[in-house]
Design a protein around this ligand. Structure first.
Ligand SMILES: [Zn+2]
Length: 565
């Protein structure tokens, strides 16, 4: 998405005059949920239950998971959903592997015969996701690959003809236009400050693995990463992945953030200047640079264990087009048991992140069951291991119950705001696909407007379960209550922004993300109603929403166009 395209989209989304007429004409009666169907009180009750201590913080592979899955299966049944898990059940086993890089892992670079240790947590924030007993890399060559972007749709290729097999790829974080000025080729080619998929560390590691690299290091810079060094370090060196048929094809032996200071020193040793390299990486003509007289080594034992976790999946089979589906979901997992916080709370129970998204999913399921059976199938999902890098949805997307080629759209709710009615709905990742205009239409029906995420450089659009579908080409949209401050009926944008910054600073992923009596979930109920209305309209139409031109995932969708008629 270009900067210009983004501005145009914003202008369209926020045009208040157009929207209402458009909605009345386009909304069939089938979309309107029975009155009070999405009930704030029920949202509150379900969230309160799931985030209570009884569920022990809902960490995958724990007793808390067992209780959570039993509760969700019961709720899916009570809502009248048909099972869509494995073997006629409501669950899909998600085999996970947990690995642990020791704090004293031996890693180093050798420059012109001189060895310099790289200390875990200080110079490196390393993870190893292949389930091997020992990570051993001896004398591997290092290659600086700039931003490591291969984007044919933007006419950009940082790799040229480099062979990365058996080598260590060194990356810059973010994408080529993050720091670009008008003089650079990259200027405006990657959404300006807004992060594209190419900006994400996950993309870079996966691309390195596809190219046969043995390891990859991403130079950590706080602004470009959108978070500090401490945040980049995984607690206890713990990594999670799904169990893969051939992990060597999809995962590196070692992946790590490299502290900027260590990177500058490493490049200097190889006779290179970090800032000059960065500058060169903003040019289309950039070519990978091999670090002369420099090698990388690692040698340490790796603890790895297997965990069987579960997605919970139900459906309402469409009466006319059962193979075509609309997906609605949220993640059930949170952070489990930990050290007590200042108030002695141990369980990090994720009430807003994302028990409330599960509550919304259940309420929407109930709304669908109250109305006539939709023409297309609607699939409801409660994902595991979102907090471990979207693994539950990733697993489902590679083992789907209905083909993704004929999955019309994925709607995800990840945090809904508890501060009452809002005059707007915040959209992260604006400018991607036609679901955004559908959202604007339905929001107008609630006398609300769409407000794009104020800080798209955080890349929030890549950090929820909808993304597991988007990257495979399924048009997707996420409602994310932390995407930005809502314009609240009580207190306006100022109160909305204050809530987001307070919650993010104090309670996000912490024990104080708890249910509260003082919540007003009328706004959250309206948000869930938007999802219901969008899903219902699509489920009773022949529409196939499209990706916008020049977006990352358009090509993936277009390649299966023949299957959608
Ligand atoms: Zn979440």
């Amino acid at each position: 998405m270009t900067k210009i395209a983004l501005r145009l989209t914003v202008a369209l989304l926020t045009l208040p005059l157009l929207a209402p007429t458009f909605t009345q004409a386009a909304t069939p009666a089938k979309d309107v949920p029975p009155k009070n169907m999405i009930d704030p009180q029920r949202l509150s009750d379900i969230t309160r239950t799931l985030s209570s201590d009884e569920f022990e913080g809902r960490a995958p592979g724990t007793a808390g998971e067992t209780k959570t899955i039993a509760y969700l299966v019961e709720q899916f049944k009570a809502a009248g959903l048909e099972p869509a898990g494995s073997g006629g059940s409501y669950t899909q086993v998600v085999p996970l592997v947990r690995t642990q890089v020791p704090a004293d892992a031996s890693m180093s670079v050798t420059v012109a015969g001189k060895r310099r240790p790289l200390v875990q947590q200080q110079d490196m924030a390393a993870l190893a996701l292949r389930p091997v007993d020992r990570v051993q890399i001896a004398d591997a060559a290092l290659v600086f690959v700039g931003y490591g972007v291969s984007a044919p749709e933007r006419g950009w290729d940082d790799y040229k003809d480099i062979d990365l097999r058996g080598k260590v790829a060194v990356y810059l974080v973010n994408d080529p236009d993050f720091e670009a000025s008008t003089a650079d080729d990259a200027y405006g080619k990657f959404g300006g400050k807004a992060a594209t998929y190419y900006a994400r560390w996950t993309y870079k590691y996966e691309e390195a693995a596809r190219r046969g690299a043995i390891a990859a290091l991403i130079v950590h810079e706080t602004e470009a990463a959108a978070y500090g060094w401490k945040t980049a370090i995984a607690p206890n060196g713990e990594g999670y992945d799904i169990v893969r048929a051939d992990p060597t094809k999809e995962r590196l032996l070692l992946q790590s953030w490299l502290h900027r200071d260590a990177a500058v020193e490493l490049f200097r040793g190889a006779g290179l200047d970090f800032e000059a390299l960065k500058q060169s990486a903003r040019s289309k003509a950039f070519r990978p640079v091999e670090l002369k007289n420099t090698t990388f080594a690692a040698d340490f034992p790796l603890a790895h264990t297997r965990i069987d976790s579960h997605n919970v999946i139900g459906r309402i089979t469409g009466q006319k087009h059962p193979r075509e589906s609309i997906m609605i979901g949220a993640h059930w997992d949170a952070y489990g048991n930990g050290e007590p916080d200042a108030n002695g709370l141990r369980f990090r129970s994720g009430a807003l992140d994302d028990a409330i998204g599960i509550a919304g999913t259940l309420e929407i399921a109930r709304a669908f069951k109250q109305g006539p059976r939709p023409d297309r199938t609607v699939v409801f999902s409660a994902w595991t291991a979102e907090e471990r890098n979207l693994l539950g949805s990733e697993y489902y997307a590679s083992h789907p119950w209905l083909p993704l080629e004929t999955t019309v759209a994925n709607f995800t709710m990840d945090v809904l705001q508890p501060n009452g009615l809002a005059r707007d709905i915040v959209l992260v990742g604006a400018g991607q696909n036609e679901l955004e205009s559908l959202l604007a239409q339905k929001a107008a029906g609630q006398s609300r407007v769409v407000t794009p995420d104020a800080k798209p450089e955080r890349g929030l659009a890549f950090r929820a379960d909808h993304f597991s579908f988007a990257k495979r080409g399924v048009p997707a949209l996420v409602l994310m209550g932390l995407g930005g401050g809502h314009d609240l009926v009580k207190g306006g944008r100022e109160a909305g922004d204050r809530w987001v910054s307070d919650f993010t600073a104090q309670c996000y992923h912490q024990a104080c993300d708890r249910w509260s009596e003082s919540w007003d979930l009328s706004g959250a109920a309206q948000d869930a109603t938007l999802v219901y209305e969008m899903a219902s309209q699509l489920a009773n139409s022949r529409a196939w929403p499209q990706w916008n031109p020049d977006t990352e995932f358009k090509a993936a969708r277009d390649s299966s166009a023949a299957q959608r008629k």
